[in-house]
Design a protein around this ligand. Structure first.
Ligand SMILES: NC(=O)c1ccc[n+]([C@@H]2O[C@H](COP(=O)([O-])OP(=O)(O)OC[C@H]3O[C@@H](n4cnc5c(N)ncnc54)[C@H](O)[C@@H]3O)[C@@H](O)[C@H]2O)c1
Length: 433
């Protein structure tokens, strides 16, 4: 019997907080640290939620102080280059952090130590060791930490998870995650802000503990291209697919091993991170194949496969094709039979298997269309709810760390040109086990 996917719909939910007067206890006063490309989206999305108020913004570039004032509509919004100014304030419930990957650990640990809950952009960490520091800081200071791979809170992933749990595809035996872009912006060749200078931007602080180099606007805008600051296509793109996969499949663990191949094929602009990366992960024996490229545009898809069918999830929908897993014709192996034997086999097969005329089975496929799985609002809402209720959230530091470890393993394998393995006893990546 094939599972009836139509019977597994999620109940419609009212929009969070819609139509409700916001009481004092429902208010969230937050500060934002990093108001760049993503921080500006995070800020606008957070402000669109009921009861959310931004009370301060920190960024090393003054142009983004202006941007924060524009987004909040508050020309008097306190802004600073020093994020500690925000952490020192007693009247702030939490911080939203959208700085480049190499700054995540420091700010999350400092925020936890200062007693602030933290929404930190993905990928959670820049290295494996950093992720464990962040998990420890969250636990030690009893803070809500949520990582910003927003699909985990999307209705599409919730639906896909419900279908997998309901047996729609049977035991999952393979996952394919793919994404391709083909444009300079898609390949992170962003135009730096034209006025960026040493006068309005704290370059030395931005560099943190990376090698000291002269002021370079490209590094500021295109940091994803370099390993010193970012985590490449793995931390930028794959982490979304991995996070959604872990949630959809109810997995919450690092992969056992990773083997990655790729290179810099098209964007030879001085970057050291690959513009094409393929990865084969082993998740407790199940192969997860990943293809990420910046030179050919292909749709972003997460394909979950099992003996009972295929679940294809994309940004705006789910396509479910059930499979009966049975022969619908006599086996083509019969070509190896002599003619008389073949004819008898075929005749018997049809007698045994053919439905009565007019009763031929119809196959049913299911399509769900939904809100963009990259919509930030449900995810930030989930975080604010955790801050208010102290109830745990799904994409906490442990979950975020597991997703980030997969990215680090992919990159380590790529750079070391060999398969790498997760050693859970030492919580490190090894060349062999
Ligand atoms: N969830 C998503 O869909 C999504 C999308 C894009 C980016 N991101 C993530 O968001 C983060 C930021 O990416 P981005 O593209 O917005 O980068 P960006 O370079 O556009 O913006 C980062 C901002 O952080 C500021 N900054 C850096 N260090 C700082 C510090 N110590 N104190 C205060 N401000 C500091 C910079 O001045 C800059 O304005 C990254 O981790 C990225 O992976 C997530």
């Amino acid at each position: 019997m094939l599972p009836n996917a139509r019977g597994a719909t999620l109940e419609p939910q009212p929009q969070p907080g819609a139509g409700k007067a916001v009481g004092a206890n429902d208010r969230i006063r937050f500060g934002i640290i990093g108001v760049g490309m993503e921080g500006s989206n995070v800020l606008a999305s957070a402000l669109s939620l009921p009861g959310a108020e931004c009370v301060a913004a920190a960024d090393l570039y003054d142009g983004r102080h202006t941007l924060a004032k524009e987004i909040t509509g508050n020309p008097n919004l306190p802004t600073t280059r020093r994020y500690h100014d925000i952490l020192d304030r007693k009247d702030i419930d939490c911080v939203l952090v959208a700085v480049p990957d190499f700054w995540h650990r420091q700010i999350v640990v400092d925020a936890c130590e200062a007693g602030k809950d933290v929404y930190c952009e993905k990928p959670m960490s820049h290295t494996v060791a950093e992720g464990f520091d962040m998990v420890q800081a969250a636990e030690q200071h009893n803070r809500v930490v949520q990582v910003g791979a927003q699909r985990v809170s999307s209705v599409l992933c919730a639906k896909a998870r419900e279908m997998v749990r309901g047996g729609a595809i049977g035991e999952v035996n393979m996952v394919e995650l793919t994404l391709g872009r083909n444009s300079p912006t898609g390949a992170w060749e962003y135009p730096p802000p034209p006025d960026l200078s040493a006068a309005n931007f704290d370059w030395d602080t931005w560099l943190k503990d990376t090698p000291k180099i002269p002021f370079n606007p490209d590094r500021f805008a295109r940091w994803r291209c370099w390993r010193d600051y970012g985590t490449g296509v793995a931390g930028d793109l794959m982490v979304h697919l991995i996070s959604a996969m872990l949630f959809t499949l109810d997995w919450n663990e690092p992969p056992r091993s990773a083997l990655s191949l790729g290179g810099i094929y098209r964007w030879k602009d001085g970057r050291d991170m690959p513009d094409l990366q393929t990865v084969l992960f082993d998740y407790h024996g199940i192969p997860v194949y990943i293809r990420l490229g910046l030179s050919t545009e292909t749709p972003e898809t997460a394909r979950y496969m099992g003996p009972k069918g295929v679940l294809d999830t994309t940004e705006f929908g789910i396509h479910y094709s059930p499979q009966a897993g049975i022969d619908t014709d006599p086996s083509y192996y019969d070509s190896s039979y002599p003619a008389k034997m073949r004819q008898e086999y075929v005749k018997e097969w049809h007698e045994e298997h053919d439905p009565p005329p007019g009763k031929e089975p119809l196959t049913e496929q299911t399509l769900y269309a939904g809100d963009d799985w990259d919509d930030l609002r449900p995810h930030i809402w989930t975080f604010f709810e955790s801050v208010k209720t102290r109830r745990p959230n799904v994409e906490n530091a442990v979950f975020g760390n597991h997703a980030a470890i997969a990215c680090h393993m992919a990159n380590l394998s790529y750079f070391q040109k060999r398969q790498v393995f997760w050693d859970s006893s030492t919580r490190t990546v090894k060349d062999s086990l």
